[in-house]
Every structure is written in structure tokens, then in C-alpha cells.
Write a protein that binds this ligand. Structure first.
Ligand code: PMP
Length: 286
């Protein structure tokens, strides 16, 4: 069945959801986006995603041409029109049509499109067995260049690291910042467990402030588990007891090997399994 896509101010047929070749989102990756899950018909942490979108847009001086409540209603209408109960939403704002030059201020202004569809997930087996990763040689964008807190349409930094992962026959790569500290994975945040304490790099290390990361920290603290934001080195990853990633698509997934070093006993550990279970319950709550 053809999808209905939200374009600017209304739902249109998938075939009519078109963006100009002169849109600066296409020409320069000039825009911002969000990826959001739907569980049991409920849009997961929608307000947090909308807030992050507005913040990303503010950093790149893109005016979102509608109020937060109108945007929330547009997302809800798109989900409803496509009958999505468990799925994925992609919300994209581009700078709009401009010239072939860089000047963003002569562009026609923000264009919005929202897609609600099914999602291709990692196979269940990968969650049970855990995933292998490598350290990418591609350094995370410097915060003074393209701040990793901005979820911009320019993902080439992550894509270069993803290519390294795939060239090494693993699905994900860990990215380090210009100082050598762990930043994040290509599209997920990093957590480790060492001696009963959960550690995650601070956002300033060069990470997107993941919505899943925030939920997992909250759920862990509800369980009275200690969570500490701290700079982590590659060595910290090699010698941790448990290692997992969080993200909208991956949710909570255990890492069992990095750069040929086996983590723990080579299976997702008890903290990872507990937090994955708690996350599942929270996401699917009635
Ligand atoms: N880091 C990057 C670079 C991402 O693109 C994402 C989103 N997939 C994440 C982290 C995780 O963020 P969230 O939990 O909000 O999906």
C-alpha cells in the first residue's frame, strides 16, 4: 500500500512527496532530522524528539515554520494515516530551495516532511548473542566544526565510520573524538559496566544526546544502579565487564567483542539484559 507522507502542511501521496534538486538539504545536507519509534500505537518520547529537533534547528539557524504543538499534531496525523502501530517515523526539515551558492539566508525557508513506516531491525539473534564492533579510525566531528549534538542531515562522518565497520564484517564502529576519548557509535550511544558501575561518555565528548540514552539512564537509576558520565578511553572499552549501545533503532544491544578483545564472558551480561528488558517494558507500556 502506498504511504501518505506529510509534506510541509499536509498529507500527500508518497508519489507526490517530492523535494527540489535545488533544496539545500539535497545540495549541502543543510537541514536537521529525527528518527522516532512507535510502540503499541504510542509515539515514543515524542516531546523529547521535537525539543531536540528545535534545538538542532536553532544551532544551524533554521527557522522551524510551525509551532511545537502543530508539529506534534503533524507527526500524529502521519502515523494515523498510515495505520502504524509498531514502526518508525522520519521527520526531516531542510533549508528549502536556494541557489547553487551556500548562502542559507536566501533559501525559501524550511521544508518539512514526515514519513511513518515499518522498520528494519537487527535480527533477534544479534540481541541474544551480542554484537561485534571495531574502533573506527575516522575521528568524530570536532564540536567546534559540526557539533555532534546537532542531528543534521550531514551524516558523512558516521557513514565513513560505518564503511570501516562493514569492511571489517561487523555492523557497527565506535568513534573517538579528537582527543582520543570515546564519543559514540555511528548512530548509537555507548555504555559500559565496570565493577558494578555503569559509565557513559558525557555529551561533550562528541555525542548526540540520545533520547534512548536518557531513558536508559533514568531506568537504571530507578533500579538503584549507579550511572556515571565520564570520559572513556579505548582501553576502558577493552577491559570493561559489559558493553552496550543505545539508540532509537537498536534500543539496547550488547557488545561482546571490540577490535578482537572479547568482553566479559562473550555474551551480553546481566546489566545489559536487565536494561534491555526494562526498556522493552517501558516502551510497550499501556
Ligand atoms: N548518536 C547518533 C550519531 C545517532 O544518529 C543516534 C540516533 N540514531 C544516536 C546517537 C542515538 O540517539 P537516539 O537514542 O535519540 O536515537
Amino acid at each position: 500500500m502506498a504511504l501518505k507522507v506529510w509534506l510541509d502542511d499536509k498529507l500527500v501521496d508518497e508519489a507526490d512527496a517530492k523535494i527540489s534538486a535545488f533544496d539545500h538539504g539535497v545540495l549541502y545536507g543543510d537541514g536537521v532530522f529525527e528518527g522516532i519509534r512507535v510502540y503499541n500505537g504510542r509515539i515514543f518520547e515524542l516531546e523529547a524528539h521535537i525539543k531536540r529537533l528545535y534545538e538542532s534547528a536553532k544551532v544551524i539557524r533554521l527557522d522551524v515554520p510551525m509551532s511545537k504543538s502543530k508539529l506534534i499534531s503533524a507527526v500524529e496525523k502521519t502515523v494515523e494515516a498510515n495505520g502504524v502501530i509498531d514502526g518508525y517515523i522520519r521527520l526531516v526539515m531542510t533549508r528549502g530551495v536556494g541557489t547553487l551558492g551556500l548562502n542559507p539566508f536566501i533559501c525559501e525557508g524550511g521544508r518539512l516532511f514526515i514519513i511513518a513506516d515499518n522498520i528494519q531491525l537487527y535480527p533477534e539473534e544479534l540481541y541474544e548473542k551480542g554484537m561485534k564492533v571495531i574502533s573506527a579510525t575516522t575521528v568524530r566531528n570536532h564540536p567546534l566544526a559540526l557539533p555532534p549534538q546537532v542531528k543534521s542531515l550531514n551524516y558523512l562522518n558516521s557513514i565513513l565510520a560505518k564503511i570501516e565497520a562493514l569492511d571489517n564484517d561487523v555492523p557497527e564502529a565506535i568513534m573517538y573524538n579528537h582527543e582520543g576519548y570515546v564519543a559514540e557509535a555511528t548512530a548509537d550511544n555507548v555504555f559500559i559496566v565496570k565493577n558494578g558501575v555503569i559509565y557513559t561518555p558525557p555529551v561533550e565528548a562528541g555525542a548526540l544526546e540520545g533520547i534512548t540514552r536518557g531513558v536508559v539512564i533514568k531506568l537504571a537509576r530507578e533500579e538503584k544502579l549507579e550511572v556515571v558520565e565520564k570520559n572513556l578511553t579505548r582501553c576502558d572499552l577493552y577491559i570493561c565487564d559489559e558493553f552496550f549501545l543505545t539508540g532509537t533503532a537498536a534500543e539496547v544491544i550488547g557488545i561482546v567483542e571490540i577490535d578482537g578483545r572479547v568482553i566479559g564472558d562473550g555474551k551480553p551480561g546481566p546489566y545489559t539484559r536487565l536494561l534491555r528488558k526494562k526498556f522493552f517494558r517501558y516502551a510497550h507500556r499501556k
